[in-house]
Design a protein around this ligand. Sequence first.
Ligand SMILES: [Zn+2]
Length: 237
Amino acid sequence: MKATPGQQQVLLKINELENVLLRSKKALTELESGSALRELQDELRSSSELMLAAQARYENLEVDIARVLTDLELVDSRISRDLDRLSTSTVPKDIAGVQSELAALESRKSLLETSELELLETRDAAGFEVAESKKLRAELSDKISAIEASIAVELGKLQSTVSSLQEQLRITKASAPAELLEAYERKASRGVPIGRLDERDCGACRIALTSAVFSEVTGASADELPTCPNCEAFLVR
Ligand SMILES: [Zn+2]
């Protein structure tokens, strides 16, 4: 194929622009998919679930504690009523009955107090868990907002990079002869369309040319654009 050295450089430029454009578009798609945020969003969701579960446990324990406190009040009032009866009664049989009831009440009170302590401890642990998961959620939300903001900036930059590359590509393509560009596009639709000769290697497929092909390629006139026999890419010397 005939192409002046200047036209050969234009094709190389087109290929370079197309590669950069492809990478930029890929990065754009990746950013738009929000995959950078997915892990954090999953973490946020599970920490919200943990927080709600701890919150529910905390509230149930509060109800249990209130119930124990009511029972304790009841026992206390019965104890003081019994103590009054004890101080006024003179009948030995009554005294014995009251004393035995008092003993039962004291043991009930002690059980209730133990259970109150245990419930308070468990409730405080649940409260701590609520506070911790709230803190984690706030941290995750902050991180997500920061990433979202930087993604928005990055997206804007990439979008303008992509449109400027598209414009450069359009202008560069317009400067290439139609026939040459057509041949280039045909090659591009099948694989890497063009490569520089790198010592004996084809820059497109990285396979070394045989000595015969190498001398043929290097011996061709400057406005001749040879083709790699392995990958059919244009070979620029
Ligand atoms: Zn090749």
